[in-house]
Design a protein around this ligand. Structure first.
Ligand SMILES: NC(=O)c1ccc[n+]([C@@H]2O[C@H](COP(=O)([O-])OP(=O)(O)OC[C@H]3O[C@@H](n4cnc5c(N)ncnc54)[C@H](OP(=O)(O)O)[C@@H]3O)[C@@H](O)[C@H]2O)c1
Length: 297
């Protein structure tokens, strides 16, 4: 069965390089689709310059590939680019498509209805379902990961450990699921290794499920951080107001709704069932979480 060929679209961004590395380490052949030849990429991968506007050349680039991992950004680029990549993969005879999911649980109906997701990640999965129902050789697997853990700590998005002020959502005791970039890379490999069990369904992973208050305590910052208490219900109200403005303030709306989806249990912030064991994604012990925190405080 090995080696198998993967095309990683957007493999040069925040998440992509870790996925590329995990695939190559697992003996898969990888081409990275990119708009430019000027990226520094893993020398074991091939960089293929593409123009996402042209279906035929995109299809040619994907011909001979077994799987496509889409790691292009969501929402900040037109959803039509995601549809075009699906169309090209389908035409090229690709067997498995992993859409650019990698976040909150959009399979949960209240989350799926949020404007950041409904006409973007959710519409993409709907399109994948339609094609796979028409053609059984075309299959798909969205990976739900929660917030990126190490990336989110580095960017002070989960909690601002460098202070002095950190937003604390709904009191800070809400459990939320979160995954490291390397855990996500491992999950992509796991999907290919367990292609039957992951056929045409969402899979869920979490490197850990914890709270903001736990993180602050484990980073030994309890006495030093000033807390800005934020209610996600207020964020949500502001998000919808921002959308109704003329012109709409899409950025405020998007950021607020993402924070709601991450920290509000109504949007299933903590996953009740995960596929870590199937996919070989480790759950981090406290000591490893503390190690990651220490890199950024
Ligand atoms: N859960 C989380 O915490 C979290 C955080 C961030 C992102 N995400 C999700 O992870 C996925 C990947 O996000 P990311 O942050 O890794 O992406 P990114 O770094 O913003 O972009 C990935 C690559 O996409 C290409 N790209 C950028 N703009 C483009 C455009 N307009 N048209 C075509 N290609 C474009 C670029 O590659 P080239 O220059 O090589 O073409 C870029 O390096 C998305 O689904 C995103 O929603 C989740």
């Amino acid at each position: 069965m090995f080696p198998q060929k993967f095309a990683v679209a957007g493999g040069t961004g925040n998440l992509g390089p870790t996925i590329v590395e995990a695939l190559i380490d697992a003996n898969f052949e990888v081409i990275i689709l990119s708009r430019s030849s000027f990226h520094n990429v893993d020398p074991r991968a091939k960089l293929q310059v593409v123009d996402y506007a042209f279906l035929e050349s995109l299809t040619a680039a994907l011909t001979g590939q077994d799987a496509v991992v889409n790691v292009l950004p969501s929402k900040i680029i037109p959803v039509e680019i995601h549809f075009q990549l699906i169309e090209a993969a389908h035409k090229a005879g690709v067997k498995r498509f992993l859409p650019s999911e990698y976040g909150c649980d959009t399979s949960h109906p209240p989350t799926a209805k949020l404007p950041i997701y409904c006409d973007d990640k959710v519409a993409v999965v709907k399109r994948l379902k339609e094609i796979s129902e028409q053609e059984s050789t075309f299959t798909f697997t969205p990976i739900v990961t929660g917030l990126f853990f190490d990336w989110g700590i580095e960017k002070n998005f989960i909690v601002n450990l460098v202070g002095p002020l950190s937003p604390i959502y709904n009191g800070g005791d809400t459990l939320f699921s979160t995954s490291t970039l390397s855990g996500i890379g491992r999950a992509v490999v796991g999907v290919r290794e367990h292609s039957k069990e992951t056929n045409n369904r969402h899979v869920y992973i979490a490197s850990t499920t914890l709270t903001q208050n736990q993180l602050i305590e484990w980073a030994e910052k309890s006495d030093q951080l000033q807390r800005e208490f934020v209610h996600t219900a207020d964020l949500e109200e502001q998000a919808y107001k921002a959308l109704k403005q003329t012109p709409p303030d899409a950025e405020t709306s998007m950021l607020n709704l993402i924070r709601c989806a991450i920290f509000d249990p109504r949007y299933r912030s903590a996953f009740s069932k995960v596929d870590n064991e199937l996919l070989g994604v480790p759950v981090l012990p406290k000591s490893e979480i503390v190690e990651i925190l220490q890199q950024y405080v």
